[in-house]
Design a protein around this ligand. Sequence first.
Ligand SMILES: [Fe+2]
Length: 398
Amino acid sequence: MRPFEYHNPVRIVFGAGAFKRLGDEAAAIGNKPLLVSYADEPELTKSLQRGVQQLVDRGMQVTTFFQVQPNPDVQMVERGVELARDIAADYVIGIGGGSVMDTAKAIAAGVEYQGGDLWSMVNSRHDQDQVVPPQTALPTLMVPTLAATGSEMNNCAVLSHRERGEKSYIWSDCLFPQTAILDPRLTYTLPSLQTACGGVDTISHVMEIYLNGQDQSDLLHAWQEGLMRTVIENLPAALADPRDRHAREELMWCASCAINGWASPGDPWTPMHQIGHVLTARHQVNHATSLALVMPAWMDFFKTIKPERYFRLARRVLQVDPHRRTREQIIDEGIDAFRQFIEQAGLPTRLSQVGITHDDLGPILDDVRRISFNARGQLTCNPPVTEQQLTTILEKAL
Ligand SMILES: [Fe+2]
């Protein structure tokens, strides 16, 4: 195993019906919360009303900031920071999906930020010297309503800068939520596309590390394989019956565990996400779709460079029958099965399906190079990816 340090202080309250614990859990943190959620998400209205009522019943002074849009923009976060300062909020609650939780984190850090412009917090430039991560933040309490980004249990937030056309991460231990309430019932009313996107995003978080991380850890690989298999088995069940409690529970805990550090000790790289963020910023595809467009082509390129890993993926995760098949056929069937899994969930797997053409590849590559390449001119992972290789992968993805 690669040496690693690990720390995760998030208190988890999990289970169907756990949302009714919001008042108790919030009271343990403070008395004057800023409650963050979406600008327009009708299926969440009842949950938000229930949440506000619990806080009011506890005698709290609740102020709402329901202005979050998908792919939260730094200017929107600035408005949230201003409001949190005006009301002297003592903590921030996020009720929603990844965009809401990341906004809540960014506001909590922004209130105390001393590094100048809020965009300075974001790892979105080649010259890392310009990045000034936040050191402190208000406490946060998260209630995910979508099993996807895992933001409820990690120290990361993703922000966009519309004018710069960039989307990237803030990393800091001050972003760990204090508490996360995980109630699978809150996901019963999700539109099926959002459920599918959440499942694909969850599996991508593990697959990034499984395919592009370290090579030698029995426990780590078994844990990663179990997570990916659990999503593959339960996403179709949740799509077929949105109130399948078992499937919703499994998907919700998988989402948290996929990116809370357990599946990636010592492996912080997310190269497929780096490409996906550029696709989102330049072509407005949603986050999970941006990954669905990249992953099969990425696998098809690396299958001959890391054949053992792709063989193991095919056998242990995608459960390809090895009978009367060569290793190469088993690997290819595994990749085909994964592409089918994504497509059956309703997401596209080729850039051309979302209108991206060969002419668009140059600008996409330019942005990946500008935002995410390391000082050696590569995308960091194992093995590192050169610009030439990246070009080939994107061409395969068309
Ligand atoms: Fe993701």
